[in-house]
Design a protein around this ligand. Structure first.
Ligand code: HEC
Length: 100
């Protein structure tokens, strides 16, 4: 029993940084992208699973976004990393972070 609990704690503590990191990316995505990309907003709803990871990466690296994002490169990188982790071809695609 003791051993089982400590194994569980180890697993939880190993998972924690990943969870915190992706929660940060999700919060940034909702805050920075969700202001425009929402139901009734100025742009259509977007979600990580709309595109494959490589497509997300190239989209911003090539400056394809039609509107100035008013974000630092560092902030954009956090969001793009989050989008890639939950992209269409990822292990955990996220389709409804911003509800339609
Ligand atoms: C200032 C408002 C604004 C912000 C902030 C913004 N966008 Fe956009 N975005 C637009 C507009 C306007 C369009 C073009 C119209 C449309 O696609 O609805 C667009 C288009 C897009 C498209 C192309 C449409 C498609 O479905 O392929 C994607 C992808 C996109 N934005 C992703 C993002 C992401 C990710 C963020 C956050 C890093 C973001 N946008 C932040 C306004 C914004």
């Amino acid at each position: 029993m003791q051993k089982r609990i400590s194994t569980m704690l180890t697993v939880v503590s190993l998972l924690l940084p990943a969870v915190v990191y992706s929660a940060g990316g999700e919060a940034q995505f909702l805050e920075k992208c969700g202001t425009c990309h929402k139901k009734g907003g100025q742009a259509a709803v977007v979600n990580p699973a709309d595109k494959a990871g490589r497509v997300w990466e190239k989209y911003f690296a090539r400056g394809r976004h039609p509107v100035d994002l008013a974000m630092s490169d560092a902030d954009l990188e956090v969001v793009v990393d989050y989008l890639k982790v939950h992209a269409a071809d990822s292990d955990q695609p996220a389709t409804a972070v911003i509800p339609k």
